[in-house]
Design a protein around this ligand. Structure first.
Ligand code: NAD
Ligand code: TYD
Length: 343
């Protein structure tokens, strides 16, 4: 392992991984390959932009010609794939890009990796492939897939292709399935960065339905170390859950954010629910712990770091909340907020 192509690393988790890898492994070259969609942001890579062992290439994982060039120019021997369309609400409004990147793109990336004799191929996936989890159960890696949103279905499709390339072509693959991740540099459409930045500006927080949906919350730095562990120690052909093991309802999360910000609960608005909304995600990550991984943060410490970061870095998110972002906001929230109920 020497020259690692990290795809989708101008986004939230991938950029955290790139920043971490560049510092932790000076002998590795980290080549970020990203299409720079609305979610890709070179500001996320500014802290490493002058490092010797970091390079950036703009490209689509579904574009064979550009991909081939990057694989050859940088003599890539390892791939870590973060590239994806990642927001459930956008997949409900329009799923085309999800199929393009999360299914077709993953296939093309695998196919070019095979042709170029790439060694390890780590594919970053999600707990959403398991679907809605009944109370008391914690998903394990052998559970069946039951994706419910177009996003989850596209990620499940990508995973199936990774499996097929391992079994059919003997590729050295590892899959990680992370839970809901939060932290600095997350595009302000996901629950935490959206609500934190809206609350800072005293805007309403649209909680879907009763807000009693449960997610497992994982701080981004722990997600990154989990991927590093699976990359170096994971067994070929296996999948590993990465969980925060901190299960909370959306309303609890929202109140915690407001508490840290010193803002009133009256900003909470209950709005019509997300279509097909999964009630509960919960995972067991005993398997990854067996490789030596453990979390460094809990929800409380992670939220404090996250809230402080957004408060101190308005320059980062204020320029995002313009143009295309406002179009999405209008499509997603205008009608919902018009029929909102107060807490
Ligand atoms: P993100 O939306 O912040 O970033 C995605 C990145 O991929 C962007 O930089 C974007 O420009 C890039 N990209 C999109 N399509 C591309 C293409 N066709 N070719 C090249 N680059 C492309 O996403 P994130 O939250 O950082 O998620 C990263 C990965 O982790 C995704 O695979 C996602 O499914 C998975 N994941 C996310 C979470 C979470 O809570 N955010 C949890 C578990 C798993
Ligand atoms: P999100 O951050 O979109 O992640 P995911 O859908 O992948 O779990 O949403 C997390 C939870 O927060 C989910 O149950 C939906 C809910 N949510 C709201 O209630 N309001 C919102 O505006 C958003 C974006 C999410």
């Amino acid at each position: 392992m020497k020259n690692i192509l990290v795809t989708g690393a101008a986004g939230f988790i991938g950029s955290a991984f790139a920043r971490y890898m560049v510092g932790k492994y000076p002998d590795y070259n980290i080549i970020v390959y990203d299409k720079l969609t609305y979610a890709g942001n070179l500001d996320n890579l500014l802290p490493i932009s002058d490092e010797e062992n970091y390079r950036f290439e703009r490209g689509d994982i579904a574009d064979r010609a550009v991909l081939q060039q990057a694989l050859e120019t940088h003599q890539i021997d390892t791939i870590v794939n973060f590239a994806a369309e990642s927001h459930v609400d956008r997949s409900i409004l329009q799923a085309d890009a999800f199929i393009h990147t999360d299914v077709v793109g993953v296939f093309i990336l695998l196919d070019e990796a095979k042709k170029h004799g790439i060694g390890r191929f780590l594919h970053v996936s999600t707990d959403e492939v398991y679907g809605d989890i009944e109370d008391g159960h914690f998903s394990v890696e052998t559970d069946t897939f039951a994706p419910n949103s177009p996003y989850a279905a596209s990620k499940a499709g990508g995973e199936m292709m990774v499996r097929a390339y391992h079994i059919t072509h003997g590729m050295d693959t590892v899959i990680t399935r992370g839970s809901n991740t939060f932290g600095p540099y997350q595009y302000p459409e996901k629950l935490l960065p959206f609500f934190i930045t809206e609350a800072i500006e005293d805007k309403p927080l649209p909680v879907y339905g009763d807000g009693l949906q449960v997610r497992d919350w994982l701080f981004v730095e722990d997600h990154v170390t989990g991927i590093d562990t699976a990359l170096h120690h994971g067994k070929s052909g296996e999948a590993y859950n990465i969980a925060g093991e901190d299960n909370r309802t959306n309303i609890e999360v929202t109140r915690a954010l407001l508490g840290h910000l010193g803002k009133p609960d009256s900003l909470i608005k209950h709005v019509p629910d997300r279509e097909g909304h999964d009630r509960r995600y919960a995972m067991d990550c005993t398997k990854l712990r067996g490789l030596g991984w453990q979390r460094a943060h809990n929800f409380e410490s992670g939220v404090k770091l996250t809230v402080d970061w957004y408060r101190d870095n308005a320059w980062w998110w204020q320029k995002i909340k313009t143009g295309e972002y406002l179009e999405f906001y209008k499509r997603q929230y205008a009608a919902r907020l018009a029929s909102a109920d107060n807490e």
